[in-house]
Design a protein around this ligand. Structure first.
Ligand code: SF4
Length: 232
């Protein structure tokens, strides 16, 4: 796999209760991970330029998994996932407030890279660390066999959770959301979403069907799965 490319498909990694590590144990183990500091892929020159701080909310009861890309600097500094403008937009999309969003009994939050990867030369966030998904993703999914819906945010989560069902581009993948949601593929349903970053405001304007068609279904499905009765 070349640096920066999405991790290869893991659709064979069906979540089961067999050999599942309890989420509290796994959360603690992940919090201790320093692979990108101590054994970076490709050699020492690829070492993470700061101390890793894994940020993931695993849950033994949540039915919805938010599978994002990687924490940004603010999330790295606070240790709270989606504690930024992207999170505000995501909560708007989901139709939930902060207290509900951070209720670990309702939502699990596990990005494709658990640590802030740093910036590239242009000052943009680097892609999720390529060490992370091969090391942790299968174990994380097996630890949460109760997940019914995966919100696959961005190309990296879509590559992992959709595998061969992913289209050529992120936009095409999101455009096929109905087909993906209604697929009979084994495992949790997957809803592909663009990243809620404010950098994607232009994308949202160019693809108005996303807010008009996808968001109402997203809100209703999430509302049902977190046990709310108001389908507003
Ligand atoms: S990004 Fe993942 S693999 Fe790298 S140090 Fe953080 S938790 Fe470990």
């Amino acid at each position: 796999m070349s640096p920066g490319s999405p991790p290869s498909s893991a659709t064979s990694l069906m979540p089961t209760a067999e050999d599942a590590v309890p989420t509290d144990v796994l959360s603690h183990t992940i919090s201790q991970c320093r692979i990108c500091r101590d054994r970076p892929a490709g050699g020492p020159e690829n070492r993470m330029p700061h101390e890793p701080r894994p940020v993931a909310y695993l849950s033994s009861t949540a039915r919805v998994l938010i599978a994002g890309q990687a924490p940004g600097l603010r999330v790295h500094e606070t240790g709270i996932p989606f504690n930024d403008a992207s999170g505000d937009r995501l909560r708007l999309w989901l139709g939930v407030d902060r207290d509900t969003f951070y209720d670990r009994s309702l939502f699990a939050i596990a990005p494709m890279g658990f640590c802030f990867p740093g910036y590239n030369a242009e000052g943009h966030d680097l892609p999720p660390r390529r060490e992370c998904a091969p090391q942790w993703r299968a174990t994380v999914m097996r630890s949460m066999p109760q997940i019914e819906l995966i919100l696959a945010i961005g190309q990296y989560a879509q590559a992992w959770h959709l595998g061969a069902r992913r289209a050529r581009t992120m936009t095409e993948t999101v455009e096929r959301w109905r087909e993906t949601m209604l697929s009979n593929a084994p495992g949790p349903r997957v809803l592909p979403l663009p990243h809620p970053s404010w950098r994607n405001t232009g994308w949202l304007k160019r693809h108005p069907w996303f807010e008009a068609e996808v968001l109402p279904v997203l809100r209703q499905t999430v509302s049902l799965l977190i046990g709310r009765n108001d389908f507003s």
